[in-house]
Write a protein that binds this ligand. Structure first.
Ligand code: SF4
Length: 284
C-alpha cells in the first residue's frame, strides 16, 4: 500500500512536519489499513496541510475543529481508521475544549499534534506551548504566560492513551502511531516538530539536549498512571515514548447501546429525492 500522493508539501525545508507525514504513511501501511479506509482530518496551521499530503480521504477543516469533524466521521463510519491532526495552537488554544472532551469521551480516533511551540503559519506568535520568556513579535519582552503541559492535562482528563515523540525519531514515532491506531479508544500523540523558520529556541539541537526517552527511565510501566504523572513532572514534560495506556477502558462506541453494527454511512435511509431535498432545507 502506498500512502504517498503527488502533492508536494509546501512546508519550509527542514520543518519537522515532513517526518510526521512520513511516520503516518508508514504506520498506516504497517497496520494494514487500506488508503480508502483511512481518513485524515486536520485543522488550520502549517501542520493542517498534512491531510492533503496523504493518499487517503482527507479533510482540511477549520481552526481548532479537527476533532469534532474527525469524531463525526468516525461515528458515521466506524469502519474507517480516523486520524485527526493539527498544531499546538490549533488543538491546545482554540480547540482545547474539543481536545478535553474527545479525551474523556474516549472515541476511537488517533489525534496527532505537531507541537512546535509557536504559531508558524501566521509568522511567529506565542502559542499555549511557548515557554515563559519566549520572545516573538507578539511578546517582544518575552511571554509571561506559563506553557501548558498537555501530557499532564491529558492524564487528568482521563486519557486512555498518551504518547509523545520527536519528529527526528521516525522509528519511535511510527511505532507510537501504530499503537495509537490499534488502541481501542482515543489516542493523543504529541510530537515535538520544530519550526525552523520562526522558533529559534526550541530547535532540533535543543530537543536532543533536553528530551528523555521513557525506555531510559528505570522500571517505567506505561499502565501506571501515577508513575506517568510523576515522571512528567520530574522532567517538565520533556519525555518521549508511550507515557500511559489503559487497555481496560471501553471506547465510546463500545459503551453506546443501540449503536448500529453496520456503519451508519452504509445504511439505506430510504429517502427519495423529494424527501432528501426537504431534509436539506430543514438543515439549512
Ligand atoms: Fe514548518 Fe515553521 Fe515553515 Fe510552518 S513556518 S512550514 S511550521 S518551518
Amino acid at each position: 500500500k502506498d500512502f504517498r500522493n503527488k502533492v508536494k508539501p509546501n512546508w519550509c525545508p527542514g520543518c519537522g512536519d515532513f517526518s510526521v507525514q512520513a511516520a503516518i504513511q508508514r504506520a498506516a501501511a504497517n497496520v494494514g489499513v487500506e488508503p480508502d479506509n483511512l481518513a485524515v482530518v486536520s485543522g488550520i496551521g502549517c501542520s493542517g496541510r498534512i491531510s492533503g499530503y496523504i493518499n487517503s480521504y482527507g479533510l482540511h477543516g477549520i481552526h481548532g475543529r479537527a476533532l469534532p469533524i474527525a469524531q463525526g466521521v468516525k461515528m458515521a463510519n466506524k469502519d474507517l481508521t480516523v486520524i485527526a491532526s493539527g498544531g499546538d495552537g490549533d488543538g491546545f488554544a482554540i480547540g482545547m475544549g474539543h481536545t478535553i472532551h474527545a479525551i474523556r469521551r474516549n472515541i476511537d480516533v488517533t489525534y496527532i499534534v505537531m507541537d512546535n511551540q509557536i504559531y508558524g503559519l501566521t509568522k511567529g506568535q506565542t502559542s499555549p506551548r511557548s515557554d515563559v520568556g519566549f520572545k516573538t513579535k507578539s511578546t517582544p519582552n518575552g511571554s509571561v504566560e506559563s506553557a501548558l503541559n498537555v501530557m499532564e492535562m491529558a492524564l487528568t482528563a482521563g486519557a486512555t492513551f498518551v504518547a509523545q515523540s520527536f519528529s527526528t525519531d521516525l522509528k519511535e514515532l511510527t511505532t507510537l502511531i501504530e499503537k495509537g491506531i490499534n488502541h481501542k479508544g482515543f489516542s493523543l500523540i504529541n510530537v515535538f516538530s520544530p519550526c525552523v523558520t520562526f522558533n529559534k529556541v526550541n530547535t532540533y539541537d535543543w530537543f536532543k539536549k533536553n528530551l528523555t526517552k521513557l525506555t531510559d527511565v528505570p522500571d517505567y510501566h506505561e499502565e501506571n498512571r501515577m508513575q506517568a504523572m510523576q515522571t512528567l513532572m520530574e522532567h517538565n514534560g520533556l519525555v518521549t515514548g508511550l507515557i500511559y495506556q489503559n487497555k481496560q477502558q471501553p471506547s465510546y462506541q463500545e459503551m453506546l447501546t443501540g449503536y448500529s453494527e453496520k456503519p451508519l454511512a452504509h445504511e439505506n435511509l430510504h429517502l427519495d429525492e423529494e424527501q432528501f431535498n426537504k431534509m436539506m432545507v430543514e438543515f439549512m
